[in-house]
Design a protein around this ligand. Structure first.
Ligand SMILES: Nc1ncnc2c1ncn2[C@@H]1O[C@H](COP(=O)(O)OP(=O)(O)OP(=O)(O)O)[C@@H](O)[C@H]1O
Ligand SMILES: [Mg+2]
Length: 449
């Protein structure tokens, strides 16, 4: 099928001329004013439009032409609009390009030049289309601020839904930066307690001697420096949810005290004599394997069973497949908007790198790398170097999807040929190709059997 071209011109002679010159190479559509141009555009979606700026009812001005340009680009910003100008309209043409037109040509038309212009516009259009398809596939639905279309994340969301309605304790385990705190918040927000407070305490970040009073609070004068009475995090979570983060770091003495609280549901502040009933839902998060910690004598088994009524395992990022790219897109948009930088997407090689990398720091690492890259990047597309990641092993960085495919295709064939010692029949069978097709591809990529 020849590519579609829409010619917008109010001069019937010009339309006939263009038709006569271009009908061989393009499927031509014509329009003589803005409404008819838009109607045709919506129906046919041509990649390229040539537009005469002097359209009725303002045939001697340019207003209506500019209006048409804006309307076309609003329909599809990737449309390549080429402006046709008369002899003295150069400044309008330049202005139109500033407003998003792709290029311009002078009337009377040099058709061979126009053809070159149109095919180049088509080429760009298709490149941009491929990019768009690659980068802007349907945005993911977020679950309480968490993105994840992959089956393991869908399982996590389902588990959150199941436990949220109950009051049971949950252990949320997962590598660092995988989203454990977000899971805890999601459980809280889906629960009956959502109107109550969500209080988190990081058991690994607070010095041991302060941890007890941080958790349970203290009375005035309980120890040197306790100038006033202070409520602990457990008490602050009254009526809501308490997240004990890095529970594996909790010292053994405090494990005993915490267990007592979980059994009795009441606390005593440090230095206090009255018991205070506290109604909280307890969640615990850990990046260490608690059963190993139990074996090593660092974690009490009885506390473990109290806390671990249900366990939710947050999978590492590298096991979430396409989620990596979904998250990468979302973070890019967020930080580009935040820093007001015109960075729209990733280079193809960056996408390969993002999916190949192991992400030891999981979602947090991904987010940090993208945030930094958005600030530092020189061009409009992020590269592996911007992300501080090694480039995947490719002979040259492919610039387009087509080139990337060619690199991969040639690689696969080369490897299969090597495995089968150049045997065409076996190689073709392994790759699911007919022998003539394989031969043709070998010629194309200059590969020998
Ligand atoms: N599924 C997700 N979708 C969007 N953002 C996410 C997702 N998971 C994590 N994040 C983001 O990644 C960062 C780390 O998440 P979070 O703090 O919940 O991880 P964590 O497992 O508690 O990490 P750590 O073990 O270091 O405490 C946060 O900025 C969070 O907003
Ligand atoms: Mg955390």
């Amino acid at each position: 099928m020849p590519p579609k071209l829409l010619v917008v011109d109010d001069d019937p002679n010009a339309r006939t001329q263009i038709k006569w010159a271009l009908a061989q190479d393009f499927e031509l559509f014509v329009a003589q004013d803005r409404p008819s141009a838009l109607a045709v555009f919506r129906k046919e979606r041509p990649a390229v439009v040539t537009l005469d700026l002097g359209l009725p009812p303002d045939a001697h001005g340019v207003e209506e032409g500019f209006r048409t340009l804006r309307a076309l680009l609003k329909e599809d910003a990737l449309t390549k609009v080429i402006i046709a100008t008369g002899q003295d309209e150069r400044q309008y043409a330049l202005e139109a390009v500033e407003q998003g037109a792709y290029d311009f040509f002078r009337k009377p038309v040099q058709f061979d030049e126009l053809k070159v212009l149109i095919s180049r516009a088509l080429h760009y259009y298709h490149l941009e289309q491929e990019r768009r398809a690659l980068h802007q596939s349907a945005p993911q639905e977020a679950f309480e601020g968490m993105l994840g279309d992959s089956p393991p994340m869908q399982e996590v969301f389902a588990a959150i839904g199941r436990v949220a309605a109950t009051d049971v304790s949950v252990v949320i385990s997962g590598e660092s930066g995988s989203g454990k705190e977000l899971v805890a918040q999601a459980i809280h927000r889906h629960s009956q307690r959502r109107a109550g407070p969500f209080i988190a305490i990081n058991c690994g970040a607070i010095p041991e001697n302060l941890l007890e009073s941080e958790l349970f609070g203290h009375e005035k004068g309980a120890f040197t420096g306790a100038h006033t009475q202070r409520k602990g995090r457990i008490e602050l979570a009254q009526g809501g949810t308490l997240l004990l983060d890095e529970i594996g770091e909790l010292p053994l003495a405090l494990q005993v005290k915490l267990l007592r609280f979980l059994q009795a549901r009441q606390i005593e502040r440090v230095g206090g004599r009255t018991t205070i009933a506290v109604d909280v839902r307890v969640l615990a998060a850990t990046h260490v394997d608690l059963s190993q910690a139990i074996q090593d004598g660092r974690f009490r088994e009885d506390l473990y069973y109290r806390l671990n009524v249900v366990e939710i395992v947050v999978p590492p990022l590298r096991e979430r497949g396409e989620d990596i790219l979904g998250l990468a897109r979302a973070f890019l948009h967020r930080y580009a908007a935040e820093s007001q930088r015109k960075i729209s997407s990733y280079e193809p090689s960056a996408l390969t790198t993002l999916t190949a990398y192991r992400w030891p720091g999981n979602v947090r690492e991904l987010e940090n790398r993208i945030q930094r890259a958005v600030i530092m990047a020189a061009g409009p597309l992020l590269t592996p170097a911007d992300l501080g990641l090694p480039t995947p092993d490719a002979p040259a960085t492919p610039q387009t999807l087509q080139e990337a495919r060619a690199v991969i295709e040639a690689d696969l064939i080369r490897q299969a040929l090597a495995r089968h010692h150049g045997n065409i029949t076996h190689t073709a069978a392994e790759l699911g190709l007919s022998r003539p097709t394989l031969r043709e591809l070998m010629r194309k990529y200059d590969l020998r059997g």
